[in-house]
Design a protein around this ligand. Structure first.
Ligand code: PA5
Length: 424
């Protein structure tokens, strides 16, 4: 559910109605197979057309991986890892750093070295994910990891311990997989990195973390139908896309996505990447930022409440929270907290959210709230699909092609030149 009541003073029903025409155009562009984004919209139908054979294969390989390993290393960057990380950190807190490790999302020698040290006495399985197969960060991490594993395992054993998720036919990763006989999952040609969480890119790591991926897809499928109708009033996904564009046009250039649960931090990161890379081009684009509340209320709270009025917020709230931490009564009451005795800590968190959304609204920061019913695979599937579709519609409404990312090449070319790469 998307609650938009705290955007009311900033945009009128009339404005939402008027932008409806632009949303309709965006919808047509999205479903028109000949538009700019043609060749990049395969993700739209994934939940509906979920391939049972592929799901079974993912589940059975994940099952053997879980049994045969103490450590599962997921190598990838950007859209090739953030969705999986978001799901795992949210649904299985504590697993990352214990059984699941992420690598290839930075160029930090100490990080890789530390990881190898931690893996020394463990049975390892690696899932390297790269659609292009040529991205420097995961390629570097994989080369080092493969080298490390070659010293530990025979070539025959290695085949069971390295799984590549990459393009069907192109790129270095595909060549490596084929040449070595590593098992592989295919990233569909028409699904770009940041829209790939519901393919093997996200689903295989999730399954390795014990997450019920059929539930994730079931949630996405429900959202597929909920966001199918081209209507800003009834379709919350399209309404979200419309409202954020209206706010942007009124000078709200920054959107802060904030959850009130640190376990959901990587959902913020996934969301940021999805919207930043989809919309930031042609000299425009909402700057997607994120906060962890209530933590960041003590760092960013002042700026949001009273700084430049160029911000709007989207909160992520889980309606059914774990009720497992009761505030005790204290005879002395020296901390003066007895007025909360007998309440859950999460109850206080909920009140913090209600207070923040009202205070920020009154302080000139419009905000919306995305309510997740529960912290479950099903609801996460809904969330992933909701924001994927919203990013596509929102990008088209703002006048850009949401599916390309020409800007990320600029630094790469300069870096390759500095590094002396052949042909750069
Ligand atoms: O969304 C995107 O397209 C990017 O964030 C990519 O996922 C990221 O750059 C990684 O690319 P690749 O999977 O080709 O290594």
């Amino acid at each position: 559910i998307l609650d938009t009541k705290y955007t009311k003073n900033f945009i009128s029903d009339e404005e939402i109605k008027n932008i409806g025409l632009e949303v309709e155009k965006a919808h047509s562009l999205l479903i028109d197979k000949n538009s700019q984004g043609k060749g990049s919209v395969g993700w739209i139908d994934i939940p509906r057309e979920s391939d049972d054979r592929l799901m079974g294969e993912i589940e059975s390989i994940a099952k053997s991986v879980i049994t045969n390993s103490d450590a599962i290393v997921i190598i990838g960057i950007g859209g090739s890892y953030l969705g999986a990380r978001a799901a795992i950190e949210t649904l299985v807190p504590g697993l990352v750093g214990k059984k699941i490790f992420f690598a290839g999302y930075n160029i930090c020698g100490d990080h890789i070295k530390g990881l190898l040290d931690a893996l020394k006495n463990k049975e390892i399985v690696v899932n390297v994910i790269s659609k292009s197969g040529t991205t420097t960060e995961p390629a570097l991490a994989f080369r080092i990891m493969e080298n490390f594993m070659k010293k530990k395992y025979s070539p025959k054993k290695l085949k069971d311990r390295i799984i590549c998720t990459t393009d069907r036919s192109k790129g270095a990763m595909r060549r490596i997989a084929d040449a070595n006989g590593y098992r592989s999952f295919v990233i569909p040609d028409d699904v770009g990195g940041r829209f790939s969480v519901l393919t093997a890119v996200g689903l295989f790591p999730m399954a390795c973390a014990g997450i019920d991926i059929r539930e994730v897809i079931r949630g996405a499928k429900e959202q597929f139908f909920d966001s199918a109708e081209c209507n800003v009033e009834n379709n919350a996904c399209y309404r979200y896309a419309a409202i954020r564009n209206l706010l942007y046009r009124k000078g709200k250039k920054i959107e802060i996505f904030a959850s009130f649960d640190n376990r959901m931090h990587y959902i913020d990161e996934w969301w940021k990447q999805l919207f930043g890379e989809s919309e930031g081009k042609n000299g425009r684009g909402i700057f997607p930022a994120s906060c962890d509340f209530s933590t960041d209320l003590h760092s960013m709270g002042q700026l949001i409440q009273e700084g430049e009025r160029n911000i709007f917020e989207t909160f992520l709230i889980v309606d059914k929270e774990d009720e497992n931490c009761l505030i005790p009564y204290d005879n002395e009451d020296m901390d003066e907290l007895n007025y909360l005795a007998g309440k859950q800590v999460d109850y206080v968190n909920l009140k913090a959210y209600e207070a923040v959304s009202l205070a920020h609204f009154e302080g000139g920061v419009p905000n919306m709230t995305m309510h997740l019913a529960e912290r479950t695979p099903f609801c996460l599937g809904q969330l992933f699909y909701f924001f994927e579709k919203a990013a596509a519609i929102s990008g088209y409404v703002s006048g850009v092609n949401p599916f390309d990312q020409p800007g990320v090449e600029a630094y790469k070319q300069k870096m390759f030149k500095l590094l002396g790469k052949y042909g750069s």
